[in-house]
Design a protein. Structure first.
Lengths: 154, 284
């Protein structure tokens, strides 16, 4: 069975961090699981944690008045769920629900954030990595604005 | 070997619609219908996977529509049509018993023989699934002849997916890696949300021995082909089905010309290596 720091080190998000940095982050991490249908976060809640998904998928939903919530994205195993812990005002932007049994590593974002404030090297390393996550989601969202299925086809 | 009328360009046979009766219709989405057709008399047209027919709504006009039938078990012609213009609206409004004209089959086929022994990765977007359906059924029927079979299907919303019940039945096959994704869903949607390209990085295939077949709007095919190449699948192993306004179907009129190629005559199936640069030219 892999240790938490081994699992974390394998994630592209944390690749390249020093052993000391990985050990600190692993010290702020724990294994968690969520049952199918369980709400993981609610829009507006304090974003003091983030997750590295190991198994199962989660859905990001937005409430629309007088309509069913709209499912705007899903996060799959190997991906990071949550970046709002790093960016003010540190609040979840979506309702997050496990669509199946989810196993994940949970990180104490508030603790890591405090450390980042005093350890600029770690702060820069994490900000760079999470910027890539955010940019990836921004690009995917922009591509969806193209409505790529909406034009001609057979 | 599938018949093709492209080789008989200019002949009376190639240009004469054969009467076919609509034997079944089904509304797939708010603007898309599937018609099943049988010849009024005479032998049926036998298309190959990837070929198209010209469908003629008498008194309205003619349009090219890909074959979507399961040729492995059924000789009926199946065509899925989006109602976007006068002709396609007339075809979609056809009731059982309506007679329409059919010319074809035209064009080339998916390289399903070349793909034998290799992994097959099929990526469909929206109404792009039906043109791939004959190839999918061929692989499913001859499953042992192929390696891993990956089928990725994306659409705007769950209600824009066609043949969804059938797709879900394929999902129950243990030897098919099938994944669905929509741009946006509701909380009843249990699949993934995002672009279909998101399904490619984790897909289970070996790029050294894989063939990719893509159908969808050109912009979708462009992003999917790029993502497949990011997985090291060569452009020569990626096949797309092109669409342009086709009129004659036999390479005479030039309506479907893209650069040096006439899609009805030389395609509609091309390797990405053949069309990537052509599609980058705005004027084409």
């Amino acid at each position: 069975m892999k240790t938490l720091d081994a699992v974390i080190a394998e994630s592209p998000v944390f690749a390249g961090l020093t052993q000391e940095q990985l050990e600190f982050i692993a010290g702020c991490a724990q294994n968690v699981h969520f049952d199918e249908g369980q709400q993981i976060a609610k829009r507006g809640d304090p974003a003091d944690v983030f997750y590295l998904l190991r198994m199962g998928e989660v859905a990001l939903d937005i409430d629309v008045p007088n309509k069913k919530p709209v499912r705007v994205d899903t996060v799959e195993p190997g991906q990071v769920l949550g970046w709002a812990w790093l960016i003010p005002p540190y609040q979840w932007n979506y309702d997050v629900t496990a669509t199946e049994l989810v196993r994940a590593v949970s990180f104490d974002g508030a603790c890591i954030r405090e450390k980042c404030a005093s350890d600029n090297e770690l702060g820069y390393a994490l900000l760079t990595r999470f910027s890539q996550v955010i940019v990836g989601r921004l690009q995917a969202t922009r591509l969806r604005l193209l409505d790529i299925y909406g034009t001609d086809s057979h | 070997m599938a018949q093709t009328l492209t080789e008989t360009a200019g002949s009376l046979e190639a240009m004469t619609p054969v009467p076919y009766a609509v034997t079944a219709t089904r509304q797939d989405t708010y603007d898309t219908w599937t018609l099943e057709l049988e010849p009024v008399n005479g032998a049926p047209i036998v298309p190959g996977p990837g070929q198209f027919n010209m469908l003629y709504a008498f008194g309205v006009g003619e349009v090219p529509i890909s074959n979507a039938g399961n040729f492995e078990t059924d000789e009926r012609l199946v065509h899925t049509i989006r109602a976007v213009g006068a002709v396609t609206k007339a075809l979609c409004a056809a009731e059982v018993g309506t007679v329409i004209g059919v010319r074809g089959p035209f064009g080339n086929t998916w390289p399903i023989e070349d793909a034998k022994g290799k992994d097959v990765v099929i990526v469909a977007g929206g109404i792009g699934l039906p043109p791939l359906r004959p190839a999918i059924y061929h692989v499913l029927k001859n499953r042992k002849d192929y390696g891993r079979f990956v089928l990725l299907y994306g659409a705007r919303t769950p209600s824009d997916m066609v043949f969804l019940d059938e797709v879900k039945s394929w999902q129950s096959n243990y030897d098919v890696d099938l994944d669905l994704i929509v741009d946006a869903g509701d909380t009843d949607w249990k699949g993934k949300v995002g672009l279909v390209t998101k399904l490619i990085p984790p897909a289970n295939f070996d790029a050294d021995v894989a063939k990719g077949f893509i159908v969808g709007p050109e912009i979708m095919m462009k992003f999917v082909a790029q993502e497949l190449m990011n997985r090291d699948l060569p452009a020569e192993s990626i096949y797309v089905s092109m669409e342009r306004t086709m009129r004659c179907g036999v390479g005479l009129c030039g309506h479907c010309q893209v650069g040096p190629t006439l899609i009805c005559r030389d395609g509609a199936v091309y390797t990405w290596a053949e069309v990537e640069k052509l599609l980058a030219v705005k004027e084409l």
